[in-house]
Design a protein around this ligand. Structure first.
Ligand SMILES: *Cc1c(COP(=O)(O)O)cnc(C)c1O
Length: 477
């Protein structure tokens, strides 16, 4: 493709992109295809001869689009938000045009220095402690792995990096509601998942600090080495918030690394009324949140903050001759701040987003999402046949339909699963589920960039209608 053709097609695509965003509500939210539908439409082998862009793009529309689940649809209430916004998309277009590898300062000084500055912006926006340092990672999973590796290396004076694991049995602690990325990081870091201790939660699904204390002291008696605690702000099932202050005190008492996983909920810290979540953050060692979830910045962009950046860098630093430069003392070489060597210029889209909305714009959108959830929470509570199964802390609701108290638990689970399947098959919205104490629960988050009251009202109406219909159908069959 020459530049003339590129220009022409780029203009066409921008028009397509704007049309897509404008008409997104006409698509079924959840892709309605069956397994292998898409695969079977793709050609068996790569084309030997060049193809026209028009042919490729036609296939994108014909073959690919039906297999897309529309995460930017305002009635996408599933999983977690992974929202984007026009300024983010524009920033990403420039990033892919420049296609710079931002591994060290000299491979793109602007990328390193912009990253340093936008991370300071975020640090202030979220009121994270002064003196911490930030770096953009691809995902929270990677950030958590980096935290565990730094904790491991700092504790052993960087000896495991040199000599590998001896027979030391380190213990990592998190709640039973923690995200699966913690299990994965524990496996990769070589601790063994048997050494990941899952602490019980209270009725609000938050970690019980006294259980944590007990588990640690029991492990010490049994000659394990407690290493790190992971506290979650906004768990995956219910967005429960672990009591950071109490957990922090315990970590200080035993001298443990405290990592805070706020991947989803962290964005809400831009609001003064949500800062209670990080009371006690000073005693933490690291913190991660994903602007690519709830801060209008498209995937991937995960913000990782550490108290001791030297420990992070000492954990990951490598210095082959061909990467040595003279600027080391004054500049940041982010290659040494995480796992991959190559790094995309992710700070650019974040800079576009924060400047384009302003801190106030971001605050008002997130506040509005929480209000929408709070309004729906009231309606669910008032409805005699629906019940909330977890307290709401942010923009996520966990509830189920209980048409009558006589139905046993299994029947209720079946009915609610049918409701969920029928809702998602309608294409009008997308919700997912979780299980809480064995109960099948509809899980609905309100966090897409352009979601408003109309979408939430229609969703609630459809949920009630579907529940009623399926229940009547059940009775008559
Ligand atoms: C989404 C999520 C993760 C994983 O995030 P990735 O960036 O996809 O790795 C981890 N922890 C929590 C609490 C999450 O919500």
């Amino acid at each position: 493709m020459n530049n003339k053709e590129f220009r022409k097609h780029a203009h066409e695509l921008v028009d397509w992109m704007a049309d897509y965003l404008e008409n997104i509500e006409q698509y079924p939210v959840k892709s309605q295809v069956a397994p292998k539908d898409i695969y079977n439409k793709l050609t068996d082998s790569a084309p030997q001869k060049p193809e026209e862009f028009k042919t490729i793009f036609d296939d994108f529309q014909k073959i690919i689009m039906p297999g897309i689940t529309h995460w930017q649809h305002p009635s996408f209430f599933a999983y977690f938000p992974a929202n984007t916004s026009p300024p983010s998309i524009l920033g990403e277009m420039l990033t892919s045009t420049l296609a710079a590898q931002c591994m060290i300062w000299q491979t793109s000084p602007a990328a390193a220095e912009l990253e340093e500055q936008v991370m300071i912006w975020l640090q202030r926006m979220l009121s994270l402690p002064k003196g911490w340092s930030g770096v953009i990672q691809d995902t929270a999973s990677t950030a958590t792995l980096a935290a565990l590796l730094s904790a491991r290396e700092k504790k052993t004076d960087y000896q495991i990096n040199r000599y590998g694991f001896a027979q030391r049995k380190f213990r990592i602690y998190c709640s039973s509601e923690t995200h699966s990325s913690i299990d994965k990081a524990v496996k990769i870091a070589g601790f063994g998942v048997e050494n990941l201790v899952k602490i019980d939660v209270d009725s609000a699904f938050a970690m019980k600090p006294d259980e944590l204390d007990k588990a640690i002291s029991k492990d010490i008696e049994n000659e394990y080495i407690p290493l790190c605690v992971i506290a979650t702000l906004g768990t995956t099932s219910t967005t429960a918030v672990d009591p950071l202050e109490n957990i922090g005190e315990i970590c200080q008492k035993y001298n443990l690394w405290l990592h805070v996983d706020a991947a989803f909920a962290g964005s809400a810290l831009v609001l003064d009324e949500m800062k209670w979540m990080i009371k006690g953050i000073e005693s933490a060692d690291s913190f991660v949140f994903n602007p690519h979830k709830w801060m209008f910045t498209n995937f991937d962009c995960s913000a990782y903050f550490v108290k001791d950046s030297e420990a992070l860098v000492k954990t990951f630093e490598i210095m082959p001759e061909y990467l040595k430069t003279n600027e080391k003392e004054t500049v940041k070489n982010y290659r040494d701040w995480g796992i991959p060597l190559g790094r995309r210029f992710r700070a650019l889209k974040l800079w576009f987003v924060i400047r384009s909305y302003g801190v106030e714009g971001i605050q008002s959108k997130i506040r509005y999402h929480i209000e929408l959830a709070s309004d729906l929470e009231k309606k669910i509570k008032e409805h005699p046949q629906f019940e909330l199964l977890a307290p709401r802390s942010l923009n996520l609701l966990c509830f189920r339909f209980v048409p009558n108290r006589q139905l046993n638990s299994e029947k209720l689970n079946e009915l609610n699963q049918k409701i969920l399947e029928s809702l998602n098959a309608s294409g009008k919205l997308f919700v997912t589920h979780t299980k809480l104490h064995g109960k099948y629960v509809l899980r609905m988050q309100i966090g897409q960039t352009e979601v408003n009251k109309t979408h939430v009202d229609s969703a609630w109406k459809l949920i009630q209608q579907t529940a009623k219909e399926l229940n009547n159908h059940k009775k008559s069959s």
